[in-house]
Write a protein that binds this ligand. Structure first.
Ligand SMILES: *[C@@H]1O[C@H](CO)[C@@H](O)[C@H](O)[C@H]1NC(C)=O
Ligand SMILES: *[C@@H]1O[C@H](CO)[C@@H](O)[C@H](O)[C@H]1NC(C)=O
Length: 366
């Protein structure tokens, strides 16, 4: 009798292990163009990239709505860390086919920010509260398919990525010298306001079931080709004001995440200063195998930093030699180095821990 019991327990345990191994970890993505994989293709907005030469190095060599020459940040995390296919954009009707819904979903929409008034010029985009409403819609759909209990489990075991904040500077505060937010706030005040609003957003995400969330800071905003061109930088020196903005903002972000984790009594949120890696590339491009860090591969004007990347733009031939693909977004090669840093970076970049440590903690115990 006892033997049969142990045998049954052993078999059940084995089955559980096999199930855990077979079920890939779901992945949910929220935020702006750095992580939008094509939601904006389905919206009436100018914030799009579904035309050449975007996607020139994508496996299909076609534009998809990703703001990259090839793979974007969520793609690289899916393929090289989670060992899965990236989740589909939630607005893509194929999301309901087969296993797609179980893989998670990407809710990101180019042009949005922390604030509702960021990216107003792009008209119809999915602001963060709309992304959350769609996440709730997703959970209802998933529950209908696999039951409420399993759906909740899938969400709480998922990896979540949130990339927000860059547009609150480049497409809001620094958009024009007379921007309303600029007249309302000094730069440090504005950063504090953004972070207090961001905290509410992350609390909402936790309320919606997220339990392991990577939150990226901004890159060195003063050094992106768009700001170099706008500020009239003579020799590639980074624009001081946006540069100061990212410094204040990123350090407040780390503090806020610490506070939030303390309040939740759990390290749900991980602050990633990985875009700051760009700063290392910028000070020393050759050390990382880049030829240039301040000229965009695709664009026009000084530093190829004016206007959008499109079929009439200058286009470099070797994308892997450039840190920036267009005036704002890194190349696939720079993004791969950034993901490597998210995975294995020291606490200089990853707080309270890097993703490999977090994933070891999250692994099902056997
Ligand atoms: C932004 O809009 C959402 C929904 O439209 C609202 O719930 C939220 O309070 C707004 N945020 C701010 C800071 O006004
Ligand atoms: C991740 O972070 C920990 C703690 O900072 C560090 O010891 C480790 O070397 C990092 N990298 C990996 C691959 O775990």
């Amino acid at each position: 009798m006892a033997r049969i019991y142990f045998l049954t327990v052993a078999l059940v345990l084995l089955a559980r292990v096999a199930e855990a191994a077979a079920a890939a970890r779901a992945f949910f993505v929220f935020g702006d163009s750095l992580v939008d994989s094509g939601n904006n293709n389905f919206l009436a907005t100018s914030a799009r990239s579904n035309f050449p030469p975007y996607g020139v190095d994508y496996p299909t060599h076609r534009p998809t709505g990703r703001f990259s020459n090839g793979l974007n940040l969520p793609d690289i995390i899916s393929k090289s860390i989670l060992d899965t296919e990236p989740p589909l954009p939630y607005l893509n009707p194929q999301i309901t086919n087969g296993q797609n819904l179980m893989m998670g979903a990407n809710f990101a929409s180019a042009g949005i920010g922390i604030l509702n008034d960021t990216g107003l010029q792009f008209l119809n985009i999915l602001r963060i509260h709309q992304q959350f409403a769609l996440f709730q819609d997703y959970q209802t759909r998933l529950s209908k398919k696999i039951g409420r209990g399993r759906a909740q489990e899938l969400v709480s075991h998922a990896l979540v990525l949130v990339t927000l904040g860059g547009n609150d500077f480049v497409n809001n505060y620094f958009l024009t010298p007379f921007a309303p937010r600029r007249r309302q706030f000094t730069l440090p005040q504005y950063c504090r306001y953004l972070i207090s609003e961001y905290k509410k957003i992350l609390m909402k995400l936790h309320e919606l079931g997220a339990r392991r969330v990577i939150v990226t800071g901004t890159g060195p905003l003063g050094c992106i080709p768009a700001e170099l061109a706008l500020s009239g930088s003579p020799n590639g020196e980074c624009a001081p004001e946006p540069q100061q903005a990212s410094q204040i903002y990123n350090s407040l972000l780390v503090q806020m995440i610490q506070e939030l984790n303390n309040e939740l009594n759990s390290d749900v949120f991980i602050a990633s200063n990985a875009f700051d890696k760009n700063k290392d590339f910028i000070s020393n491009p050759k050390n990382f195998g880049f030829e240039t860090s301040n000229v965009a591969c695709c664009g026009q004007g000084p530093y190829n930093g004016l206007g959008t990347c499109n079929i009439f733009s200058n286009l470099c031939s070797d994308r892997s030699a450039f840190v920036f693909w267009d005036s704002y977004h890194p190349t696939e090669r720079a993004l791969r180095l950034i993901v490597q840093n998210i995975m294995t970076g020291s606490t200089k970049y990853m707080n309270p821990m890097n993703l490999s440590t977090a994933m070891a903690m999250d692994a099902p115990r056997t």
